[in-house]
Design a protein around this ligand. Structure first.
Ligand code: 5MM
Length: 341
């Protein structure tokens, strides 16, 4: 393993002012997004939409350090025949690839899931590297509810994440390790804190035991936030304080950077939280975004599958990317959102 090269890539992924675009929706997830805007999810429509995003020079050059792709996308060409990977590279951004194969019910753990995809992963990683991927992503999903998460679920998922990360480094690819504690439940932020702490502590033990070099990794966690159905809403400052506290308690300083998922937060909420987190300052890692929905909701609404809306969709994407770029340095303000509106 060439650790200095992995470390260089990991640092580039979390460069101040920039963050990651999670455009790795599987075919079924992107279909849901397209259904919401009345667009039929054909391979060409998916290509057109992603070409729109990766060809958005302002957003990509200034604020997007890397893009997480889905298997179909890493193999697709733009309308003029240019590989989409080349569009990303041309903008000075890094191509990455989602390598997990989704979740399945975890045996004897009702309501819990395990992420699959380890079989044949070494060979798939070698192929993706040949296609241009510099980093990869694997998402483990932990739900909070009555009697869950179980230790069985946390242990199995964190072990799989560690095995994935070791295989990535062996193949000279930076692993994004994503243990997502869902915000779907009725729990409050303190419960989210406790589960996130349990998950992250387990993850770093597993990564150590699997001999993963933390300097060549990026963590993609949830923020510590109230569940969507909770009546007790944590304020922006509380989310920032609790998120930073749990990360300080669990994440070694050898990790170059932390790129949060948005997890169903509104676009502005995700930006405000990232900004408040960065305003705390004095932390050993760079803290940025690796958003899917919180970067793409606005461009999707503006696009609606119509060629004449491409420029408007690119403007909407550039705006969200700029807002989050500012938040990654603690320089965002709500006034900037209003001015743009
Ligand atoms: C973009 O969505 C990603 C892939 O989801 P599926 O495998 O379910 O299709 C997802 O892993 C995403 O990268 C992260 O959850 C971050 O996205 P959000 O929308 O939470 O910021």
């Amino acid at each position: 393993m060439n650790l200095s090269e992995l470390n260089k890539v990991a640092n580039a992924m979390v460069k101040p002012g920039k963050g990651i675009l999670a455009a790795d929706e599987s075919t079924s997830t992107i279909k849901k997004r397209f259904d919401a805007i009345g667009v039929e999810s054909s391979a060409d429509a998916r290509r057109d939409y992603r070409e729109l995003l990766f060809g958005s020079a302002e957003a990509m050059k200034n604020h997007i350090s890397g893009v997480i792709l889905y298997d179909e996308t890493i193999r697709q060409n733009a309308k003029d025949g240019t590989p989409l990977v080349k569009l990303i590279e041309k903008a000075g951004s890094l191509p990455g690839i989602k390598v997990d194969q989704g979740t399945k019910p975890l045996s004897f753990s009702p309501g819990e899931v395990i992420t699959e995809g380890l079989d044949g992963l070494r060979e798939r990683l070698a192929e993706y590297r040949g296609l241009g991927a510099k980093f990869a992503k694997w998402r483990a999903v932990i739900d909070i509810g009555e009697g869950i998460p179980s230790w069985n679920c946390i242990k199995a998922n964190m072990h799989a994440l560690a095995r994935y990360a070791a295989l990535c480094q062996e193949q000279e690819i930076v692993p994004i390790v994503e243990p997502e504690v869902l915000m779907d439940g009725a729990h409050d932020a303190d419960r989210c804190y406790a589960v996130t702490e349990w998950v992250l502590k387990t993850l770093y033990v597993e990564l150590f035991e699997t001999k993963v070099a933390l300097e060549g990794t990026v963590l993609k966690p949830n923020m510590v936030i109230s569940g969507k159905k909770s009546a007790k809403r944590a304020s922006v400052e509380e989310v920032a304080e609790k998120t930073v506290r749990v990360l300080k308690a669990c994440v070694p300083s050898a990790v170059p950077g932390i790129a949060f998922l948005s997890g169903g937060q509104s676009e502005e909420e995700a930006t405000a939280h990232l900004d408040a987190i960065n305003r705390i300052g004095g932390l050993p890692w760079k803290l940025t975004f690796s958003y899917g929905r919180a970067l793409q909701a606005a461009p999707q609404k503006a696009w609606l599958g119509k060629a004449e809306n491409v420029a408007a969709a690119q403007r909407a994407f550039a705006h969200r990317a700029r807002m989050n770029g500012l938040a990654s340095e603690g320089r965002w303000s709500a006034t900037l959102e209003k001015k743009a509106a």
